[in-house]
Every structure is written in C-alpha cells, then in structure tokens.
Design a protein around this ligand. Structure first.
Ligand SMILES: Cc1cc2nc3c(=O)[nH]c(=O)nc-3n(C[C@H](O)[C@H](O)[C@H](O)COP(=O)(O)O)c2cc1C
Length: 186
C-alpha cells in the first residue's frame, strides 16, 4: 500500500507531526504548495494535514480542489490545533470545514485531530494580528459575561498565554494504525 502525506503548516507544528508520521508509515511527504495533483492517483492512501486558524483547517479547500474526483482506499484529514482533542471539537471542525461535503463517500474518509503548539516568534504579521483579534474578542466576552465562556474559549486563552509545544509521537498512533504502519511505537 502506497501512502502520501500532503500538508500545509504556518508555524511548523503540522510539518513536524507529518515528518514523524511519514517515517512511521513510510509515506511520501509533500508540502501543499509544491503538490502536483497528478501524482495523487499513484497512491492507495492519501492524507491531508493543516493547522487550524480561526476554526478553518489551513489549505483544506485547495487540497480538495486538487484532489478533485480522484479516489483512493483511505482518505485521511488531519487538523492540528490549540485545544485538547474532544469529540465535540472534532465534529465542529468537520462541520465548519465541510469535510463530508467535499467527499462523495466513495472513499473511506477518516478525520483526526492533533494538539499542536504556539511560538509567537514563528508568527508573521498577519497571524499576529489575527491572534490579537481573536484573543481580544474572547477576553471581551470574559469581562462582560464570564459565564458564557466555553471550554474551547478557556483552553484557547490558556494555550496562547506562553509559548508551548504539545506535539507528541503518541498522538500519531491512531493515525498510523488507521493507515497501516510498518513501525508503530508500543
Ligand atoms: C492566529 C491564530 C489563530 C488560531 N486559531 C485557532 C483556532 O481557531 N482553533 C484552534 O484549535 N487552534 C487555533 N490556533 C492554533 C494553531 O492551530 C496551532 O498553533 C497549530 O499548532 C498551528 O499549526 P501549524 O504550525 O502547522 O500551522 C491558532 C493560532 C494562531 C496563531
């Protein structure tokens, strides 16, 4: 079974995860911006991974556009974000990113979520401005109606308090098991 991993990473955490995963499952690793969509037809398993920004999985629209009406044995979408993983968060990300709508169900599609990291020094000007705007709106809510703050809001504020790295090879185990691994750690 041949596998390819395509990714887009703005501050490096998705990239780090996908480098580890490509070794675990012996997959070809390609950055979305250099992907030649024609090569996708050569693979049985296709995985796309992107960081989450303002609720959207980075690059997902472009990936599905390039994927087009191809098919494969296993289609895997991975989101890398700030909050710890919960089923509620995963369902919301799938809905907000229209993941099932892009797929005609002829492929076996599976969605995974990984907790990434935060390093203010790796953010460009646009991302800093975006982060400032999102944090401000949650902080405003916290001041006005603290009871309306969701668990996601709270973990967002906590995550961005200081630089942190939540990446771990353990989080990759369910994905490598799904794809079919050659060297999954115990
Ligand atoms: C401006 C900004 C907005 C973000 N928005 C979200 C978000 O809506 N939900 C989330 O879970 N994580 C959010 N994050 C956290 C990123 O998804 C996290 O840092 C991830 O590790 C980034 O992956 P990357 O470095 O591969 O791009 C945001 C980060 C930044 C800087």
């Amino acid at each position: 079974m041949k596998s390819i991993i395509v990714y887009q990473s703005k501050s490096g955490y998705t990239k780090r995860y996908m480098e580890m995963l490509s070794e675990l499952v012996e997959a070809t690793l390609v950055e979305l911006k250099t992907l030649n969509p024609m090569v996708l037809s050569d693979y049985d398993n296709i995985l796309y991974a992107g960081g989450v920004y303002a609720g959207k999985i980075s690059g997902i629209k472009k990936f599905f556009k390039l994927y087009g009406d191809k098919s494969c044995d296993k289609l895997v979408i991975v989101a890398v974000g700030a909050s710890p993983s919960t089923n509620e968060l995963k369902n919301k990300l799938m809905d907000d990113n229209l993941i099932l709508e892009y797929n005609d169900n002829s492929d076996k599609l599976e969605f995974f979520y990984l907790q990434g990291g935060f390093d203010p020094d790796k953010l460009n000007f646009a991302l800093r401005a975006m982060l400032g705007a999102v944090s401000k709106s949650i902080q405003k809510k916290q001041r006005k109606t603290p009871e309306s703050l969701t668990d996601e809001d709270k973990s967002f504020l906590e995550f961005f308090r200081t630089a942190n790295d939540q990446t771990s090879i353990e989080q990759l185990i369910p994905i490598s098991k799904f794809i079919g691994t050659s060297s999954t750690p115990d």
